[in-house]
Ligand binder design. Sequence first.
Ligand code: CA
Length: 355
Amino acid sequence: MTLHLGKYIIGMVALFLCASCSVTGEPVSEAVSEPRPASRTLVIAHRGASGYLPEHTLAAKAMAYAQGADYIEQDLVMTKDDRLVVLHDHHLDTVTNVAQLFPDRGRDDGRYYVVDFTLDEIRRLSVSERFETQNGGQTAVFPDRFPLWKSSFRVNTFAEEIELIQGLNQSTGRSVGIYPEIKSPAFHLDEGKDISSATLAVLKRYGYAEITDPVFLQCFDAAELQRIDVELMPQMEMHVPLVQLMDTSRQYDWMLRADGMQRVAAYADGIGPSVRLLIAPESVAEDIKFTALVGNAHAAGLVVHPFTFRRERDQMPPFSKDYNDFLRLFIDEAGVDGVFTDFPDLTADFLESDR
Ligand code: CA
């Protein structure tokens, strides 16, 4: 039975790594890459305390704040009337009742685009825990989380969310940061919208302008981050820390090469990689090896904030026994500087525990 289980776990490791096949052949370091910086590992609330309340609602943000998050994430998309709203997708149909309220406003692909709606229209929508629609029926993406369509939640603007966090900073005396992500800048530009300039303008208006301010600005699009670094921020007399997001798709292969992190460091201050990019392909359940990515990033002066840390069994690597084991591997062994998590409370508890 043990043998069977062992084979099963090795198979599952292979399955977990399959999506990271692009890292094959890249240099691999022995277990630990770089010692962890002395500063505390950051708890970054991924879309808020999204393990407990519908993602990106102000309720989820307030809960993340109370649970001890150091930074709270905002995914940003733009409305028809050029307002920044906090939503993970540039579609509205996976977390709102847009299809019921505005049945004629979908595009030919059946999707409802944020850029086709004004802020006033979007404010009329109800927000739910994330769902999938199949054959006319809705299924929760995370069945054990907050139930679909219960209570009352709305889409909020970037400015409203900053005011919530800054207001809590005043009333608690803490200094929790913001972690905005510019979503799909090329799509927005095709729609005639410069989402990056709009994001920087809101940041500056609310006092986030210097490298030491409590903000990280993240994006998957390397060319757009370079434009922000060399063009937009100098024009606006700003210099906030930039984070290059990375997933397992081929477009990030160059960042995994030996000089990749040095090249990223020319325009960014950190990386936000998928956790899959940190595990070496030859890993087996009882002997997990890391890729060179964390060491290369630290050597280039970049902080490393991987995503996404969730406690559900099917959301963790198969070789992690439980959520704390998942955190231990990446925080204590891989030596990352912060983690994007749906569960800020569990993550803060882990960091404060003796281990
Ligand atoms: Ca994000």
